[in-house]
Design a protein around this ligand. Structure first.
Ligand SMILES: NC(=O)c1ccc[n+]([C@@H]2O[C@H](COP(=O)([O-])OP(=O)(O)OC[C@H]3O[C@@H](n4cnc5c(N)ncnc54)[C@H](O)[C@@H]3O)[C@@H](O)[C@H]2O)c1
Length: 310
């Protein structure tokens, strides 16, 4: 099956590399504003591909996206170029909304004209309101935002470090907005079936002592990464490849991911069953009072953003 990637900057190239190495697609098509860049990238990765993959990778135009099963949209301004790297700015990634809305109004109609059936994966920040915009332009519901899947992995990594446990063994989710209003679902976090609060206690740790620093590390992980390498890219590339795998294989995996929620009339992340058509069902987790208040705040922030670009 064919996968398209729109935008071959830092994130698009990481998505291409991770998807190629995962070996899930028969073909990857790279589309970028400057064709030289996508051509160079496809040539470079294409020469290495025979070592580990049978996936063909090539540069292309929108017409080459016909029959794509899934298209990752990474085009747009990133946090550094868009001035969204201030930890004290409550808007966070939402600061990129106006500029990237203009990019999506340009790009999405071109995609939909040739690949109406494809699942569209919105990666560009802020992905949740841009997914709502994409859904409206596309006129269908097969639209996902990468949402808080990456934040949830970061949460698991930090919990794993504190507990000295493999993060793969930890079930922990960040919910709501992929942004500053995100909610850390502490009450639902588990390791080996043991509530995370109990597991921390058994390791001599108190939730109150570690919660602020873990939430800070995760909430601003993008900024810490940008301070080091200029763009947050590799983690999100790996996440996009995994989402593509879930969709193409119709896995029915349950992950925190951005999907349109008819209850709130907007896209946000809750645990969701993902299959070949995108989100099959959203599960409503039981939240503590604080988490419930946090979710309301996240919905308010996303609603304001949605209203701004209607
Ligand atoms: N969802 C997430 O968790 C997550 C994680 C990291 C970054 N991001 C976001 O991903 C986006 C891309 O980041 P980046 O670091 O790759 O930026 P970048 O500047 O390196 O690359 C952006 C690419 O988009 C292309 N582009 C811009 N406008 C276009 C258009 N109209 N048509 C086609 N191509 C166009 C540019 O040519 C460039 O190649 C940013 O919005 C960034 O904030 C999201």
């Amino acid at each position: 099956m064919k996968i398209g990637i729109i935008g071959t900057g830092a994130v698009g190239s990481a998505c291409a590399f991770a998807t190629l190495m995962r070996g899930i697609a028969s073909e990857i098509v790279l589309v970028n504003r400057s064709r030289d860049r996508s051509r160079g990238m496809a040539t470079d990765m294409g020469y290495g591909a025979p070592l580990s993959s049978v996936t063909k990778i090539r540069d292309g135009d929108y017409s080459d996206l016909a029959d794509a099963a899934l298209i990752m949209i990474t085009a747009g301004v990133n946090e550094k170029a868009g001035g969204a790297t201030d930890r004290n700015d409550p808007l966070g990634r939402l600061r990129l909304l106006d500029k990237n809305t203009a990019v999506y109004r340009d790009v999405v109609p071109k995609i939909v004209a040739v690949a109406w059936d494809a699942v569209l994966l919105v990666v560009t920040d802020p992905p949740d309101p841009l997914a709502d915009l994409t859904r409206r332009i596309a006129g269908h519901d097969r639209v996902l935002s990468t949402g808080t899947l990456l934040d949830s992995l970061r949460f698991r990594v930090h919990l794993g470090r504190r507990l000295n446990v493999a993060p793969a063994q930890i079930e922990a989710q960040v919910l709501g907005e992929h942004g500053t209003s995100q909610i850390f679902y502490w009450s639902g976090a588990r390791v080996g079936g043991v509530p995370i609060i109990d597991a921390l206690g058994q390791c001599g740790l108190e939730q109150d002592d570690i919660q602020p620093s873990i939430e800070n590390e995760v909430r601003f992980a993008n900024i810490s990464i940008i301070e080091g390498i200029g763009a947050s890219q590799y983690g999100i590339g790996m996440v996009c490849a995994r989402i593509a795998e879930i969709v193409l294989r119709d896995e029915r995996a349950v992950v925190p991911i951005g999907a349109y929620n008819s209850r709130y009339e907007l896209t946000l992340s809750l645990p969701s069953i993902i299959g070949r058509s995108g989100c099959v069902q959203i599960l409503e987790p039981p939240l503590s009072d604080d988490e419930h208040t946090g979710l309301k705040k996240s919905i308010e922030a996303l609603r304001k953003a949605q209203d701004r670009i209607r």
